[in-house]
Ligand binder design. Sequence first.
Ligand code: ADP
Ligand code: MG
Length: 399
Amino acid sequence: MDKRKDPYSPGAGRQPFALAGRADDIDEFEAAIERIGDGMDARPLVFYGLRGVGKTVLLRDFQKRAAANGWLTAFVEANPERSLRDMLGDELKLTIAEMAKPSAGESALRALKTIISFIQLGVDSVGHISLGVDFSKADYSNAATGDLSGDLTVLVRDLSAACEKTGKGVAMFIDEAQDLTESDLRAINMAAHRASQETYRFVAVIAGLPTLPRILADINSYAERLYGYRPLAGLDAESSRIALTAPSLARGVEWENDAASLAVSATGGFSYFIQEYGSAVWRRAEASPITAADVENARADAIKRLDEGFFRSRWDRASETQKEYLRAMAADGDGPSSTSEIAKRLGVNPTSLSPRRASLISKGLIYSASSGTVAFTVPQMAQFINRQVPLGDVPFGGV
Ligand SMILES: Nc1ncnc2c1ncn2[C@@H]1O[C@H](COP(=O)(O)OP(=O)(O)O)[C@@H](O)[C@H]1O
Ligand SMILES: [Mg+2]
């Protein structure tokens, strides 16, 4: 069918037509903002799972809901190259414009000053905000001590106070949180901890790889009790079916039952694969309803697209010796793999592999699943690796 009308959305962070199977998560978030709106407390949330399960699109969906309720929102995608203060600063700059209204009350002006001190903007760069307030008088509430934990807590406190009158609140979303530094994560833990003690009008929603709960708890042991932890995994059969069929149904194209079952089982319920298979089948099929034969015909396209995009982009990040390590892991399928077993397979001493493992973790290709084990950050990576021609098997030195 016409690729111009393809309703599927394979790709990192691309909002799907139907956010299937997440009703409980959405309800949890909506309950949190309603409670906070009513002056009660609510748990900050941590979502964790492999790449491609749908963490980013879920957080973006929450952000839209919060904004539609009149909340202030800030969304940060952590990046090892930048500090949390900088990244939050970019978001907060947008908020300044929103908050700087002539009608702004005292608490809003105070919050504005706090934002400005937190961002450590030069007074000149906010000179255009004329509210009859002299920002050059350095009477900022102090969110610029340089200690992010304290500064972030002050920021949250003042933003919360500014929301008191309206019955709204502030929602902070942090994606890829495993990439933040320890001190940035400590600041988030502390601000969220303080917010729940003081019933600030604030909720933090954090997402990252499956290691995230452990990382947070290693920094502050109270993190175990502070957050509501919600694992995100593949969708169940019913939700997978909805994710697969709803986008085309909206365009008047139906799926025969066995066609949908076949495609769902090929994807293992994994959100990213559902989008990629849906799209490949859409482009192959000629008419409604989509049949099992259409799915079979599109299978090779879907695998090719996944191999060339989703998997290849990760594989190519690894050096040759790192690829050897990944190949040794692939013998265990989706894993996890024991690090000592990997060493045995490669015929080397386990400690000599530590740098390789550390580098693969920092490249986001594997994670330490539990002590002494590692696993791939994306599902079916092992199958992809096993589809590649092992180096030694390329005849006559390769092509
Ligand atoms: N609940 C869902 N239903 C249908 N498709 C989804 C769902 N969640 C995510 N997707 C799709 O899966 C892919 C990966 O989503 P993304 O949020 O980027 O995952 P993650 O952040 O966990 O790596 C995207 O193509 C997105 O459209
Ligand atoms: Mg993501």
